[in-house]
Design a protein around this ligand. Structure first.
Ligand SMILES: [Zn+2]
Length: 455
């Protein structure tokens, strides 16, 4: 069986004008399910064919228009024609466009609203950036080529260039304030590292964070330290985007890093940022895990291990309940019995558990005394239904940065490249990467908010 796909143009002057786009041949029996309907290859050819015809008709209509001169309002005449190759989502098209010259003043008019160096449509650019935000440039290029009849610019370098351009556009775009204001906002800030491709530098620090309102509004943001993106500006903008006003109470969490704390200090907080439970919890977990591996090869060590295990539990309880000033007691008690493990053998692969425990204990001791001002009564907060930490931000660092930028040892990044890609990723996750950059914050993007019924 065969079909002819015929495109019929209707409108002011093109009534009834028709063009055959393509002939489709498919088997007339259904012995093989693969013969059912169109194939992907045919679908791509079809889209490309329709695109060519529509573009040709648009260019034809455009060519007979005569714009007025923008400078003097005089009548323009055709000066010459230029071919413009433009990549679209449905194939590369060539548009023959006239250039005009004003009969009165001689000025040259192009008659289109886009610059002559424009080589692709915004929709294609956007899809390139969107896919690249979610997967490697190479994979994104492959997907685009598999699914769409994109003719040109499907290599990873082009994908990268368009993504970085989109990232810069997002960064330079102003925030839209939401209609509703937020009485309280929780802001969390954390950092992670990615590998650098620049000489003399092994890692780049990436700061990520999120702002959340009680009603469930949420925005994520991030910037590579030392890039052109100012993290303080991002914080201000994201607070605005979820409805911050002069009356909004801000609560902040961060890990022990002084740099992050300084950044938050500039963000108009009523109280200093709290040390989040997530980071302390991880250290305590580490300590308990090592304690459980201590050897019990004689009665004295068995007794000492029992003391250490009990004291690590007590240490946990004390810090959780806001009694960190007593943490030293537990740490000292552990230290007093540790001589029992002198000479504890290590293995070929790792040092003795008791030496690991000593090191972890020293680190925790230092951490707690350095962070003593920022520790709070976590148990009390949790009982009051308040947040105690930033596990959510640790998750943010993972899905925002690590999942795309730390997937393999081979991934190395330039400061600018990583930062601008991150801007696109944030916009994708915030649901603001729409057809217009910086679209208004929509509570609809938030899965935990109640969905209003359509009236
Ligand atoms: Zn003129």
């Amino acid at each position: 069986m065969a079909w002819i796909l015929r495109l019929v143009k209707i409108g002011a002057e093109g009534d009834g004008h028709c063009t055959d786009v393509m002939e489709i041949n498919r088997p007339d029996d259904l012995g093989d399910i693969a013969d059912l309907g169109l194939t992907l290859a045919e679908g791509k050819l079809l889209l490309a064919g329709i695109q060519r015809e529509i573009v040709a008709a648009q260019a034809g209509d455009h060519a007979v228009r005569r714009p007025d001169c923008l400078r003097c309002g005089g009548v323009c005449r055709v000066k010459d024609y230029r071919d413009h190759a433009v990549a679209t989502l449905f194939g590369q098209v060539t548009v023959r466009l006239p250039r005009f010259r004003c009969a009165a003043c001689g000025a040259v008019e192009v008659g289109v609203g886009w610059p002559s160096h424009c080589r692709s449509t915004p929709e294609l650019d956007q899809l390139r950036a969107h896919l690249s935000a979610l997967m490697s440039y190479r994979t994104a290029a492959d997907i685009l080529e598999q699914l769409f009849p994109v003719g040109a610019g499907k290599d990873k370098e082009t994908m990268r260039r368009h993504t970085l351009k989109a990232g810069a556009a997002i960064r330079d775009c102003a925030t839209m304030r939401p209609e509703t204001t937020a009485p309280g906002i929780t802001i969390t800030l954390d950092s992670t590292f990615i590998r650098s491709c620049q000489d003399g530098e092994r890692h780049l620090e990436v700061r990520v964070g999120n702002v959340e309102t009680a009603s469930g509004g949420r925005q994520v943001f991030g910037a590579v330290a030392g890039s052109d993106t100012d993290i303080k500006m991002l914080i201000r903008r994201n607070l605005e985007a979820v409805g911050q006003t002069e009356d909004t109470a801000l609560t902040a969490f961060t890990d022990g890093c002084a740099g992050l704390r300084r950044i938050l200090a500039d963000a108009d907080l009523a109280e200093p940022p709290m040390l989040d439970w997530f980071h302390i919890g991880m250290r305590l977990q580490h300590l308990k895990q090592i304690a459980s591996t201590l050897s019990t090869d004689d009665p004295a060590r068995m007794a000492a291990k029992a003391v250490i295990v009990a004291e690590t539990e007590r240490l946990h309880w004390r810090i959780w309940n806001g009694k960190a000033q007593n943490a030293q007691k537990s740490i000292d008690r552990i230290r007093t019995v540790m001589h029992q493990f002198q000479g504890e053998p290590g293995s070929k692969k790792s040092v003795a558990p008791s030496r690991k425990l000593w090191t972890a204990l020293q680190a925790l001791d230092g951490y707690l005394s350095g962070q003593s001002h920022w520790l709070i009564n976590y148990a009390e907060r949790q009982r009051a239904g308040l947040r105690v930490g930033t596990a959510i931000t640790e998750g943010t660092a993972n899905f925002l940065v690590n999942r795309r930028m730390n997937k393999s040892q081979q991934m190395r990044w330039s400061r600018r490249g990583a930062d601008l890609l991150l801007q696109v990723r944030c916009a994708v996750y915030n649901g603001t990467f729409g057809s217009a950059y910086g679209q208004k914050f929509q509570p609809a993007n938030d899965s935990s908010a109640p969905v209003p019924n359509a009236a």
